[in-house]
Design a protein around this ligand. Sequence first.
Ligand SMILES: Cc1cc2nc3c(=O)[nH]c(=O)nc-3n(C[C@H](O)[C@H](O)[C@H](O)COP(=O)(O)OP(=O)(O)OC[C@H]3O[C@@H](n4cnc5c(N)ncnc54)[C@H](O)[C@@H]3O)c2cc1C
Length: 315
Amino acid sequence: MVLVFAENTKGNFKKVALETVTYGKKTAEVLGTDCAVLTIGTVNNAGDLGKYGASKVYNVAYDGDFDSQVYTGIIAAAADSLGADTVIVSHTSTGKSVLGRLAARMNAGSVAGVNAVPTNDGTFKVTKSVFSGKAIAAYEVKSEKRVLSVMGNSLPPEETGSAVEVETLNVDVPQGRVTVKETKREEGIVPLPEAELVVSAGRGLKGPENWGIVEDLATALGATTACSRPVADSGWRPHHEHVGQTGVAIRPNLYIAAGISGAIQHLAGVNNSKVIVVINKDPEAPFFKAADYGVVGDAFEVLPRLTEAVKKMKA
Ligand SMILES: Cc1cc2nc3c(=O)[nH]c(=O)nc-3n(C[C@H](O)[C@H](O)[C@H](O)COP(=O)(O)OP(=O)(O)OC[C@H]3O[C@@H](n4cnc5c(N)ncnc54)[C@H](O)[C@@H]3O)c2cc1C
């Protein structure tokens, strides 16, 4: 059996959880088995995960804060009790922090950040993107059990079924050895990995004092803002906005990049966007090669005009 751990935030399932369930269902089909889903703590509408391929949803009661050791213990115990040989988590900070522990606990082979549904011709094979998206690595997992984390935006959530029952699963919940003192969460903004619309800017904006025109366009569109790495490194924008090889990997429907050259390390995080619009005053900027639409022009002129056009259209 395939067991997917579906992460929730304040009881709700985000896109990444739905993607992971969809991935689990497709993996179960490859293996000729069922896909069960595990949720932890108080969750809303967990049965709806059946729409994305869960044949059954299990819930383990837990009211503490996230603790990697506790979650690993719960997921390993659930896999054991349900007889799951393949466990799938999201490649998020939560998933990454349980993956290695889980593999050790289950004596399983693990691949972190897979980007395509596995194949199984007697040997379980799965791929992941490496070298900033320039190459694909193919892995054979020869152990009896496997643990995978799925890179966000690797495949869209697919509604193929209907809601299923949620069953409470009683497993031993280990005692946490770490106490979370405080958690601060930014409210009201769609986090970058989940944003469908992103407006991003680079060093071409010259300084943090000029970000108003980026934010204006983002607000008009209902988009999330992002930036290139030097912009975050210089302290012009917070680090969580930095996209690319060493930052967040995104896959929005629309990525607007203003004053960003399009270095390979930047492209590694954004080249899965559906539509890329590049605004750069240098017609030779490498980003234009990856763009669906390009504007050769000064961001200080183009961004405000774009904002006006969006506002007009929305009105
Ligand atoms: C190991 C490693 C990892 C890295 N990881 C990342 C990463 O994750 N993400 C990332 O972004 N970078 C990363 N980098 C850095 C990357 O190589 C580039 O240096 C960086 O992306 C460049 O940022 P930029 O395009 O904002 O700045 P620049 O390269 O300085 O480009 C600025 C662009 O703005 C244009 N411009 C200037 N003025 C205007 C204007 N008025 N209007 C319109 N356009 C204008 C210029 O023509 C130029 O193309 C990494 C580098 C290394 C070595």
